[in-house]
Ligand binder design. Structure first.
Ligand code: NDP
Ligand code: OXD
Length: 316
């Protein structure tokens, strides 16, 4: 068997998590830690990375494949000195399932007025609020990739009327879909907007005042709700705040932000109809990440094609 090529790990995840996962990963493969400044990375052929050090590619000039520590690759595509080699996204059932849990949780929270009931609870107020059924609302999912499609299906199971929008039209049972050119038609039908888009030059700032003003007003919740777990760079936060203040939006759930952590002086922290989570909708399971990378490395070594390779021109 040919000698196994070194794999370098540069993941800005919690160290104990990475250590625990590494203890049982990549059996038989030499693993190097980029966090050790003295280790020689010149022989490394594979890298598993999430927000790596700026000098990684200078230290490891002979890489053949990069594995993203997450589904999103915007943090990789903007790295200086990025080598022209395949980049593999992280696609994993558990990541997908947990994202759908978060999306369904947020949709139901707004449907069932959870922020308003929590406020009433703190004020010891016993008052029933109007609560439409899921079927009375249309949830529009922007981004029908691995995560968007699973979320759309699970929203549908909960009874929502679900529609979806993506660059190229998708065929999904029971879900009406729109392509990139049909954004207006999609938005005008949407009462709850779910963002599961990657951050690319085309999607940067896409969730802005102009877009919010095209969402359907007067639906079962009276005003549209914005739910975003894609990337914060896709939303114009000043416009989100203004739309919530003016009533163009009736509520929001945000997991991602233009700047993370969300600055303590952001008005979003204090808005009663806003649910903030700290980029935690669906964290990568490091053990699954390593299993996935090893399986793909073994495919690559056998001359089989890599899976989930990023299209650099499209940016995701
Ligand atoms: P995919 O690459 O599988 O899907 C991306 C989807 O977005 C595709 O449907 C694609 O269209 C669509 N899209 C991309 N650009 C455009 C555009 N300009 N106009 C219209 N549609 C567009 O990604 P995933 O579903 O796996 O992940 C989506 C994103 O979720 C990640 O990039 C990441 O940013 C985020 N994420 C967030 C997490 C969190 O915890 N908050 C966790 C994991 C991921 P098409 O189908 O035509 O290619
Ligand atoms: C991802 C993320 O892209 O966690 O996987 O944001």
């Amino acid at each position: 068997m040919p000698a196994r090529k070194p794999i370098v790990i540069d993941l800005k995840f919690e160290r104990s998590q990475v250590d625990a996962a590494l203890a049982n990963a990549f059996s038989g493969w030499p693993v190097l830690r980029a966090s050790d400044p003295d280790v020689d990375l010149s022989e490394a052929r594979y890298a598993v990375i999430w927000k790596p050090d700026q000098n990684l590619f200078r230290r490891a000039p002979n890489l053949e494949v990069l594995f993203s520590g997450g589904a999103g690759v915007d943090h990789i595509l903007t790295l200086p000195d990025l080598p022209d080699i395949p980049i593999v996204r992280f696609v994993d059932d558990s990541l997908t399932t947990r994202m759908s849990e978060w999306v369904v949780l947020q949709a139901l929270s707004h449907l069932r007025q959870v922020p308003a009931y929590l406020k009433q609870q703190r004020e010891r107020q016993w008052r029933e609020l109007s609560q439409p059924e899921a079927k009375d609302l249309t949830v529009g999912v922007m981004g029908l990739g691995v995560l968007g499609q699973d979320s759309a299906r699970k929203l549908k199971i909960m009874g929502f009327n679900v529609i979806g929008w993506s660059r190229s039209r998708k065929a999904i049972d029971g879900i009406e879909t729109f392509d990139g050119a049909e954004l207006d038609a999609f938005l005008s039908r949407t009462d709850m907007l779910v963002g599961l888009l990657p951050l690319t030059p085309d999607t940067r700032g896409i969730f802005d005042a102009a877009l919010f003003s095209r969402l359907r007003q007067g639906g079962a919740l009276a005003r549209p709700v914005f739910i975003n777990a894609g990337r914060g760079g896709s939303q114009v936060e000043a416009d989100v705040v203004a739309a919530l203040e003016s009533g163009v939006l009736g509520g929001a759930s945000l997991d991602v932000f233009e700047k993370e952590p969300l600055p303590t002086d952001s008005p979003l922290w204090r808005m009663e109809n806003v649910i903030v989570t700290p980029h935690a909708a669906s964290a990568s399971d490091v053990r699954a990440l390593f299993r996935n990378a090893q399986a793909q490395i073994e495919r690559h070594e056998k001359g089989e094609p890599l899976q989930n390779v990023v299209d650099r021109r499209a940016g995701y």
